[in-house]
Design a protein around this ligand. Structure first.
Ligand code: NAI
Ligand code: MG
Length: 362
């Protein structure tokens, strides 16, 4: 069994709290397996800024490039959100830099209903109990990265510019990832765009349509993103894989979190390549941010981070059986009513972690 290198970047705010919890689950879940893990730790974003004056150091990029997987807590906070350093958008955000440097373009953001958590969603009975949506977000291009961008003052007042741009190759590779994932699920894919009003989305729609020819077993539907958001809330159980650009995928993945009951439950994977049946390197992080409003209180829900570790075991470490074991333990803890405050309960981060670890053997 080869040793797997994992770079751990706890991050800011609740990042280190949920990371500590999730590593305890990883430790317990792999205890009697033959999986050999070598963990190394580094700082990212705010924590790195305070120590090194950079959001992401070259050393961190180099370590991430050679690791089998990177685990990231969450980054950011009011202390750093308005700092601007020389360079493009990826230099302003440690996680964006890592995604870009690693070409981790395929952002898998699964959101599913969990037993026992339905009562915490706004859905009426019967509408979302079996919902299981995989939002696939393009992570390395689009309006969040494209140039030119900037702010200036003109005679007419202040002016700001962003650019929405995608190349055919960028669209093709994310579309292929989407079709492969849909093929392994329920065989349906919705592509969300704004092809009615924007050129980059016209190309998006055309290229996704072309790639579809190679996947006749997947049913593709194009939707305008605004209607897609509406339909996802109206009939969440009808959705399987939903692909979108960096911006639309960001919005739709937080929206999909509603079917789970809390943003704190959502994991994510940013893969450095399309899934192909074997291990793919990737960055694993919860969908949520650093939650400064609850940081340091010991009440953050660790499940998004715990399930991100399950995704790492599945996609980068070739250990889907251990991933399933962790997911089952999470499902059992939620079904038994263990709930942190975001799920209207009183369990602390460590109570929830202990509850998951207790159920690993079940
Ligand atoms: P957020 O996701 O941090 O928080 C939104 C709301 O959800 C807050 O009320 C928070 O308390 C709650 N929440 C989030 N995660 C939770 C958890 N695990 N358990 C319980 N409650 C949870 O988003 P917000 O407030 O917009 O951003 C805060 C900071 O995080 C900003 O600096 C932002 O830039 C950064 N951010 C970082 C991300 C990342 O690292 N991938 C993603 C999104 C935001
Ligand atoms: Mg988001």
């Amino acid at each position: 069994m080869p040793t797997h290198d994992i770079l751990v970047l706890p991050g800011d705010g609740i990042g280190p709290e949920v990371m500590q919890a999730a590593l305890a689950v990883l430790d317990a879940a792999t205890e009697n397996s033959d999986l050999e893990l070598r963990l190394s730790f580094d700082l990212l974003h705010g924590a790195a800024w305070e120590r090194y004056g950079a959001f992401c150091r070259e050393e961190t990029v180099a370590a991430a490039l050679t690791a089998d997987a990177v685990l990231a807590g969450a980054v950011g906070g009011p202390r750093w959100d308005n700092i601007r350093v020389p360079g493009g958008p990826e230099m302003q955000d440690g996680l964006m830099r890592l995604r870009k440097e690693l070409r981790a373009y395929a952002g898998l953001r699964p959101a599913r209903a969990w037993p026992g958590s339905h009562s915490r969603t706004p859905f009426r009975p019967g509408l979302a109990e079996t919902a299981d949506i995989l939002v696939l977000r393009e992570m390395c291009g689009g309006v969040m990265f494209a140039l030119p961008r900037g702010q200036e003052t003109r005679a007419t007042g202040r002016y700001a510019l962003d650019t929405a741009a995608y190349s055919e190759g960028e669209i093709r590779r994310i579309a292929e990832a989407g079709f492969r994932l849909a093929r392994g699920r329920r065989g349906r894919m919705v592509s969300a765009d704004k092809a009615n009003v924007m050129e980059s989305y016209r190309l998006w729609r055309a290229v996704v349509g072309e790639v579809a020819a190679d996947y006749p077993d997947v049913r593709l539907t194009h939707m305008y993103a605004d209607n897609c958001a509406y339909q996802m809330m109206r009939r969440p159980q009808d959705f399987d894989v939903v692909i979108g650009c960096n911006l639309i995928g960001d919005f739709l993945s937080d929206l999909a979190a509603v079917v789970s009951g809390s943003l704190g439950l959502l994991p994510s994977a940013c893969l450095r390549g399309a899934p192909h049946g074997g291990p793919v390197p990737g960055i694993y992080e919860p969908v949520h941010g650093s939650a400064p409003d609850i940081a340091g209180k010991g009440i953050a829900n660790p499940i998004g981070m715990i399930l991100s570790i399950a995704m790492m075991l599945e996609h980068s470490l070739d250990a889907p059986d251990i991933a399933r074991k962790i997911e089952a333990a999470v499902g059992q803890a939620l079904a038994d009513g263990v709930a942190t405050p975001d799920l209207d309960g009183t369990a602390s981060t460590s109570d929830m972690t202990a509850a998951v670890i207790e159920r690993l053997g079940a």
